[in-house]
Design a protein around this ligand. Structure first.
Ligand SMILES: [Zn+2]
Ligand SMILES: [Zn+2]
Length: 151
């Protein structure tokens, strides 16, 4: 007997899924200012036309890479975008440098692409994707991602 395939979704989860499908207003996905804080190694900041300011760390962005390969890998491991890979217990843990891009460039008028120092460049981070995954406390709380919320 297997219970696989049976997915019980709470009202709250369903509401959240519907919310995730809803198209965002244009001003919410139109950046006014894009700052890639390369020298500081901090991450990405965007001021949107609706007045909201979003920030993401490079580590989050690398772990949220939206390319097909990274998407597949995440779904196999049951990870959400931005969630780090599970650490493998090693006798002599290898040092892994924190994720950082060598450079970043705009893709048309709709997205940003990072050239990560590990050589990965396949991810196209659309404004829509970024806004939906805004890492500010307010947005994370609204999505039920902050500590204290049931996981
Ligand atoms: Zn990727
Ligand atoms: Zn936000």
């Amino acid at each position: 007997m297997s219970h696989e395939g049976i997915r019980i979704q709470s009202e709250e989860e369903r509401a959240r899924d519907e919310e995730a499908q809803r198209p965002l207003p244009r001003i919410a996905i139109t950046p006014e200012k894009v700052r890639v804080l390369l020298t500081e190694g901090k991450g990405l900041e965007i001021d949107w036309s609706d007045g909201h300011r979003s920030a993401w760390s490079f580590a989050w962005l690398r772990n949220a890479c939206p390319c097909a390969t990274c998407n597949d890998e995440r779904s196999q491991q049951g990870r959400k975008p931005g969630q780090p890979k599970p650490r493998v217990a090693e006798l002599l843990p290898m040092y892994t440098a924190p994720a950082k891009p060598a450079s970043a460039q705009a893709v048309g008028r709709y997205a940003l692409q990072f050239n990560w120092l590990d050589g990965h460049t396949a991810g196209i981070y659309s404004w829509d994707f970024l806004r939906r995954h805004c890492q500010c406390t307010e947005c994370r709380f609204e999505r039920g991602e902050t500590a204290g919320a049931p996981n």
